[in-house]
Design a protein around this ligand. Structure first.
Ligand SMILES: Cc1cc2nc3c(=O)[nH]c(=O)nc-3n(C[C@H](O)[C@H](O)[C@H](O)COP(=O)(O)OP(=O)(O)OC[C@H]3O[C@@H](n4cnc5c(N)ncnc54)[C@H](O)[C@@H]3O)c2cc1C
Length: 385
């Protein structure tokens, strides 16, 4: 018999989960606190571990139509702009991992997921803030300001600062002391011409305590920039840290291409970087965690949303082939192991990007010596598990 599922949170994780569950015959409601199902207007990299699933769900063509297939993922020095290494994202890459690497505007992905949910019969409820969940026996009661939703299962997809995670862990988000600035501008508003590489590649400029990422979006009509740096004010314990003055100071020693990129950022918004330590329990009775509520990670591997999509596929599969309790147990076992590794490696990868001194010299040498057809650093992440 179909399970009646209530999902708290309608971000990428909640909607992916809703679609996957509804497609396998479950009855799904999504409660979202905002008035609309929207995402910040910035870019998202989707690696083949996620796009393989989107293809299985029948959504990859829409994603490809809205997005960009980049040619290469290129690492350059933020100090002098010189190339360090790259990964070809060509047909060899696509064949190896069974699906392409895609860049997509977050709001385009969210629109695709909303439409897919509607087609699959998901009930989408905006303006509905989940306050708590009580689980008893085979029932979950999800409480909002306007009433209660009784269900067979409650899914917490309420993001980094998940309220519902408190049923499983008393941990708090961990601040990295880094902050991100983003900008996604129409190409014709950049005030400069983009060269061949900027129009087709994901370029990551790595520097001491900072990096800048750039790539095209929406069939090349939009150019996305993200700048991230370690805040000295955070280290000094100041409450207001990571401001635009620190942004400029952090990149003062960067090469011209990078400093030019800073001009494409929104300066009135910033995103302090947080993750959490992995936890090994995601299930409490009829409550289960997914997405950032379960495994928020630093963004260096570009995997937070990709892992949420993996969660969704696994949860739907586990619940369709087991009874509810056994399905939740299988989901927890498979996904806690996988995402703990991604969370841990994401932190380490960020450290490698931001080193200075001798470590930087060694990093650059290792990157330059790497054969570009050597996939061992991404096989663990992109190959089917
Ligand atoms: C700078 C940056 C770059 C990134 N780049 C990438 C990338 O390239 N690729 C990638 O895969 N990932 C990337 N990520 C990570 C990715 O953005 C997140 O992992 C992903 O968006 C998490 O989705 P989510 O739905 O789990 O959480 P969220 O996006 O946080 O969504 C949670 C939703 O729940 C709602 N909500 C919260 N509380 C309640 C409540 N009490 N009741 C009802 N609704 C509630 C919120 O309004 C929101 O809609 C990046 C992150 C950052 C910060």
């Amino acid at each position: 018999m179909a399970l009646d599922v209530v999902i708290a949170g309608g971000g990428i994780g909640g909607l992916a989960c809703a679609y996957a569950l509804a497609s396998t015959g479950q009855t799904v409601r999504v409660l979202e606190r905002e008035a609309e199902f929207t995402e910040v207007g910035a870019g998202l990299q989707m690696a083949p571990n996620a796009t393989r699933i989107l293809r299985r769900w029948g959504l990859l063509d829409e994603v490809l139509d809205a997005g960009v297939r980049p040619r290469r993922l290129v690492f350059r020095s933020a100090l002098d702009g010189s190339p360090l290494t790259h990964l070809d994202l060509d047909e060899v890459f696509t064949r190896r991992y069974g699906a392409p690497y895609v860049l997509i505007h977050r709001s385009d992905l969210l629109t695709i997921l909303v439409r897919a949910c509607e087609r699959a019969g998901v009930t989408l409820v905006p303006n509905s803030t989940v306050e708590d969940v009580v689980t008893k026996g085979d029932t979950a009661v999800v409480r909002t300001a306007s009433g209660e939703h009784r269900a067979d299962l409650a899914v917490a997809a309420d993001g980094l600062r998940s309220r519902l995670r408190a049923h499983l862990s008393a941990d708090e988000p961990v601040c990295a002391g880094y902050v991100a600035y983003r900008g996604a501008l129409p190409v014709d508003q950049l005030g400069r011409d983009l060269d061949e590489h900027a129009r087709h590649d994901v370029v990551v400029y790595v520097g001491p305590g900072c990096h800048l990422v750039q790539y095209p979006l929406r069939r090349g009509e939009i150019f996305n920039t993200v700048a991230v740096f370690a805040s000295p004010a955070y280290r000094r314990g100041e409450p207001d840290w990571g401001g635009p003055d620190e942004l400029d100071a952090a990149f003062a020693g960067a090469c011209e291409q990078v400093r030019l990129g800073l001009g494409s950022l929104w300066r009135d918004r910033r995103w302090p970087m947080y993750d959490r330590l992995p936890i090994d329990r995601w299930v409490a009775g009829r409550l289960v965690l997914t997405g950032d509520a379960a495994h928020p990670m630093l963004q260096y591997l570009a995997q937070g949303a990709c892992q949420a999509i993996e969660d969704a596929a696994q949860l739907a599969s586990s619940l369709s082939t087991n009874d509810c309790a056994a399905g939740l147990a299988e989901y927890e076992t498979v996904r806690t192991r996988r995402t703990a590794e991604v969370q841990t490696r994401a932190r380490a990868w960020g450290e490698i990007w931001h080193v200075d001194g001798l470590a930087r010299t060694l990093r650059d040498e290792l990157f330059r010596d790497r054969r570009v057809d050597d996939f061992k650093h991404v096989d663990w992440l992109y190959l089917p598990t």
